[in-house]
Ligand binder design. Structure first.
Ligand SMILES: Cc1ncc(COP(=O)(O)O)c(C=O)c1O
Length: 434
């Protein structure tokens, strides 16, 4: 069991033991330090968390990602079986025999790696085939594949946005969009999350003042809240003001829409998205990302998206796995029904624990109550055999800490019941109090 007195840590300002800061407090308290003196202090901070047994990052997983995993528990120095609710392996592809067969075949046929970017030696027949399949899945003319979804968002903005443009974005956008905006240095304005009134007010104002393109960046399924962007309303609004829609559908691809295309298809606006972005790190349970859009634009971006041009191509085995994943999405629509059924069941069970917003896909976020210490609580939950992600700053603002639950097709009702039971124990336990 975790030490129940985790309220003390060495900080820069006093070098004495004080209230345990969260990451935000720690960095704020120490940001004025010169010569990277905050690095050894940060190391102390992390070691403190480990010493108190309230460090649930980088847990060493020993088995394939599945509904149940075995991890090496550093606190007890033993293996521990856990029910996995932290993996975005929504469709259970991570360890699917079909994916593994396709990966083995690709390894035999094409070898292990490529050692180069797509523009040079790294463009393979598998990559070309996958680009065509992705373009079709997204109802677009063409697609290009990046080594990560993060890189796809960076490359997209760096290649597209110019000084006379403006980027209007939902305030809950993923870090990769923020980092891409930082790299372009193009003026950007946020609108309140999913707030159509705020969006329209800003569209009306910016469409008058923006000299060139007004880009509007939204996500299909928001990664930290699990709610959908109302694209049936957002898309016509953006079009009304002549904006260009960038849709990051990392969490909707394979999960939503009649054909599994994603959130735009779910809302019937798939043909009106100007540029679609997606990742292979969620439903496909692999790594990599992609952009899908008009052919001319994609051809251009191959030479101007720097994260594409200057980064090595995905390996044949990864491409083969994602191709197999598209087969599964196309051939097994029932998987999406099972997944969304599981998610609905879980949402009902988890209502007493402060479900944030209205989850409509496979992510459920639970607000951490003010009285609860998120790290102690996650350690408690860990010790009951449930693997959850606790989300803190900088992934969410300070005070918005949450547990993020990823539901998959592999979860049984008994798994979800067990999750609810453990959360009840945590919510009732004095151990998890601040
Ligand atoms: C909404 C969103 N966009 C982009 C990314 C980045 O994707 P990747 O993990 O493939 O780099 C993520 C991953 O967390 C995400 O949730």
């Amino acid at each position: 069991m975790a030490n129940t007195d985790p309220k003390r840590v060495t900080t820069a300002t006093s070098n004495t033991v004080e209230e345990t800061p969260n990451l935000h407090t720690f960095l704020t308290a120490n940001k004025s330090l010169k010569n990277r003196e905050y690095i050894p202090l940060f190391s102390k901070f992390i070691n403190y968390l480990k010493g108190q047994h309230i460090y649930t990052y980088c847990r060493k997983v020993l088995t394939p990602q599945s509904r149940e995993v075995t991890i090496w528990d550093a606190n007890t120095a033993e293996n521990r079986k856990m029910i996995m609710f932290a993996s975005n392996n929504y469709l259970g592809m991570a360890n699917s025999p079909y994916m593994k067969k396709k990966v083995t075949e690709a390894m035999d046929k094409y070898g292990a790696g490529l050692a180069g970017p797509p523009l040079l030696n790294g463009y393979t027949s598998l990559m070309s085939e996958l680009e065509e399949r992705l373009a079709r899945l997204k109802h677009q003319e063409a697609a290009m594949i990046f080594s990560s979804g993060y890189g796809a968002n960076l490359g997209m903005l760096v290649a597209l946005a110019q000084e006379n443009d403006h980027i209007l974005y939902d305030e809950l956008s993923h870090a990769s969009l923020f980092d891409g905006m930082r790299m372009t240095q193009v003026p950007a304005t946020k609108f309140a999350h999913n707030d159509l009134v705020d969006l329209e007010a800003k569209l009306a104002q910016l469409s008058k003042t923006t000299k060139d393109t007004l880009f509007v960046a939204v996500e299909g399924v928001y990664s930290m809240d699990g709610d959908l962007a109302p694209l049936d309303k957002i898309v016509p609004l953006v079009k009304k003001y002549g904006g260009f829609i960038l849709l990051d559908d990392a969490h909707g691809t394979g999960v939503l829409g009649k054909s599994g295309s994603g959130t735009a298809e779910h809302f019937g606006v798939e043909k009106q998205i100007d540029l679609s972005m997606g990742t292979f790190s969620k439903s496909f349970a692999m790594t990599g990302g992609f952009l899908a859009g008009p052919k001319e634009l994609i051809d251009y971006m191959r030479f101007f998206a720097r994260s594409y041009m200057f980064s090595a191509a995905l390996t044949p085995v990864t491409l083969a796995a994602v191709l197999a994943g598209i087969d599964v999405i196309e051939r097994e629509p029932a998987l999406r029904d099972v997944l969304l059924d599981n998610a609905r069941y879980a949402i009902k069970k988890l209502q007493p624990f402060g479900v944030i917003s209205k989850p409509e896909a496979a992510i459920i976020a639970l607000k951490v109550p003010d009285w609860m210490d998120v790290r102690k609580a996650n350690q408690f939950i860990h010790e009951q055999g449930i693997f959850l992600n606790s989300i803190e700053y900088p992934a969410v603002p300070e005070g918005e800490e949450r547990f993020r639950i990823s539901i998959t097709v592999e979860h049984t009702r008994a798994d979800i019941d067990k999750l609810a039971e453990v959360l009840r124990l945590a919510w009732d336990s004095p151990i998890v109090k601040k």
